[in-house]
Design a protein around this ligand. Structure first.
Ligand SMILES: [Zn+2]
Length: 626
């Protein structure tokens, strides 16, 4: 498998070099972006004869074939004289267009549009509102099949609505014209890696100005008030920049732009790039305290990816172009380690207090340890191997299916690795040493990809402290035990132990929100919305055994019309020798009574201090810079 892949790579490089000389020109017009119409004109060098053009399918960072082909429209190809060149879609590969270049023709013009309508997820999701737009260049380009994205050169220009400002990691060729920018020629790889955020309400903040290379927080909001974040938050993001320098001992970019879309009109997610990140959050995220906390992991996570994911990348995800399928088997490193280090950085830079970090971790740990029975058939490894399917999973019975658990369980795994290194070295070494050596390999560099394998990870850990890391990791990745295999180590080494109390911790309360939904997964074994609609039911839990299911509706609790408060009171009344909880539930128009024989009260996760063990979890969260 590995051999044939390298052979393919070699072939691709050979075919690409022929057309590598003349750049493609790509002009994108965003003046109609507020109407969700994004337009492009492309001029592509060609040679006469049969040719195949392709639309990017496998989008880096999305780990799946998520190229938004459905919203790619208006494709019209013409010769320089204006003669139409007919295209024909491949009958198997929907992302391929076959054409015949007429004799004597050396370039073709392609018009194509992208519908910025919502519906899809990630970068294929909504990216515009009346006053802002995020451009992902891969949505508006066709390129020659069989080429290597690093070898295809593109000269991009961009037109934005009058009066809007913009931010991107791309460099201008000269001074921008009125609302039009001409960027320097880059590889297709760098272009797709360099989105542009533009908007009417736009602000660029220079973070930690004394640090080289430079870092910018580029904000576009639905309204002018959305981008007025406090100096305290600006200082936290500046500290994030400093902390990454101390942790990774390197930077692999010429400058870095956090491109933050603050809008309720766009898809919400983050997508990493070498020199920027596309961070799309709710409109009030930077001006509302609880929204800021609940989204606190996003920027540290995406920024961490510049090292872990973009620079160091699993071999199976380091593909030569956007058509070759990706292999996700090491996503528990790509995403899991990023989740761990990103969350630690969020705490080190002050976005989260240690208490918030601990409460969030307790909530994650409790889900994975005591509400994820799907691990008895699907091991952690398979959540990564099946990543291209699982991003769209979730919802009812998700505890039995599992989804992209390599994020949250990856975080537990890497925390246990960090704790183990600290314990084995009496605190002299930590995962910080691994991060500096592994992510900082070669010191400061230009953006580039240095692939790794499972064996490289094991060797990197052994260089920090000798241990049977291969078995350590495989045991956790391949476990089909009911409970999370990382928790015994975390309970024993962190200085804290996962327990349950009858009060939601800060993070659990944040998750439940203030609309009355109840997360009773760890007590009755289900979650329920304020209207009584059941969300999830834990397979093997109290509610499952009593016959409840997702999407049933609770009509009454102990004979009285359902309310969230009534259900909480009933759980309390049933404690000890109290009565069973009796529910009347509706399932698709039919009603029945269900008795819950449960008497242990409400249960919410919490880490409690273990005095006999050093406070290793607290040590991890201490800032590395003054
Ligand atoms: Zn990520």
């Amino acid at each position: 498998m590995r051999f044939s892949r390298f052979l393919l790579l070699a072939l691709l490089v050979t075919t690409a070099s022929a057309s590598a000389q003349t750049p493609i020109t790509l002009s994108v017009d965003l003046t109609d972006a507020p109407r969700k119409l994004l337009r492009a004109t492309e001029t592509i060098p060609v040679t006469p004869g049969p040719m195949t053009l392709v639309y990017p399918e496998w989008i880096p960072g999305e780990h799946g074939p998520t190229g938004p082909i459905l919203n790619s429209t208006g494709i019209i190809i013409t010769t320089p004289k204006g003669d139409r060149v007919k295209w024909e879609r491949d009958l198997v590969d929907m992302f391929s267009y076959h054409i015949t270049v007429p004799a004597g023709v050396t370039s073709l013009n392609i018009k194509l549009d992208f519908l910025g309508t919502a519906g899809a997820q990630f970068s294929a999701g909504g990216s515009t509102s009346a006053n802002l737009a995020l451009l992902s260049w891969n949505t508006l380009i066709l390129y020659p099949a069989g080429t290597n994205a690093a070898d295809v050169k593109v000269t991009p220009t961009l037109k934005i609505p009058a009066g809007w400002k913009y931010g991107t990691a791309l460099d201008l060729t000269g001074k921008p014209g009125p609302d039009t920018m001409a960027f320097k020629t880059v590889s297709l790889e760098q272009l797709v890696d360099s989105p542009v955020l533009t908007g009417r309400w736009f602000r660029e903040i220079h973070l930690a100005p004394d640090i080289t290379p430079q870092h910018f927080l580029d904000l576009a909001g639905d309204g002018p008030e959305d981008i007025e974040l406090s100096q305290e938050h600006i200082d936290e993001f500046s500290r994030l920049v400093r902390e990454t320098g101390a942790l990774y001992m390197s930077r692999h970019y010429n400058s870095y732009h956090f491109l933050v879309t603050l809008s309720d009109q766009v898809a919400h997610f983050g997508l990493e790039h070498h020199q920027s990140s596309d961070d799309r959050v709710e409109e009030k995220t930077f001006v509302d305290d609880s929204m800021f906390t609940s989204n606190g992991l996003l920027l540290p996570h995406e920024f961490t990816h510049s090292w872990n994911g973009k620079y160091r990348r699993p071999a199976g995800l380091a593909t030569p172009n956007y058509q070759e399928p990706m292999k996700g088997d090491l996503l528990w490193v790509y995403e899991g380690l990023t989740e761990y280090l990103g969350d630690v950085l969020a705490s080190r830079c002050g976005i989260w207090s240690p208490e918030v970090y601990r409460d969030r971790l307790a909530t994650i740990a409790a889900y994975l340890n005591d509400a994820r029975p799907g691990r008895t058939w699907r091991d952690l490894q398979d959540t990564a191997s099946a990543a291209q399917l699982l991003y769209s999973a979730g919802g009812p019975y998700d505890n039995w299916r599992r989804n992209v658990d390599y994020y949250d369980e990856g975080e537990l795994l890497w925390l246990e690795v960090d704790l183990t290194i600290r314990q084995k070295t009496n605190g002299a070494k930590s995962l910080n040493d691994f991060a500096a050596a592994f992510e900082g390999l070669g010191g400061n560099t230009q953006p580039k990809v240095v692939p790794y394998t499972f064996e490289d990870i094991v060797a990197g850990l052994n260089a920090v402290v000798p241990n049977d890391w291969a078995s350590f990791l495989r045991k956790r990745l391949d476990s089909n035990e009911l409970h999370a295999p990382e928790m015994p180590g975390i309970d024993a080494l962190s200085g804290y132990k996962l327990t349950y109390t009858d009060k939601p911790n800060y993070w659990s309360a944040l998750e439940e929100g203030d609309r009355g939904s109840i997360n009773a997964r760890w007590s009755l074994g289900f979650s329920v919305g304020s209207s009584g609609s059941i969300g999830d039911v834990i397979i093997g839990g109290v509610a499952d055994k009593a016959g409840l299911a997702p999407e049933f509706k609770i009509i009454a609790v102990n004979g009285r019309a359902f309310s969230p408060a009534l259900l909480r009171a009933a759980i309390k009344d049933a404690v000890g020798k109290g009565p069973d909880i009796e529910l009347i539930v509706e399932n698709t128009g039919y009603f029945k009574t269900i008795k819950l024989n449960y008497h242990d009260g409400e249960k919410y996760p919490q880490f409690v201090r273990v005095d006999s063990v050093p406070t290793r979890m607290d040590d991890i969260l201490k800032p590395m810079t003054k």
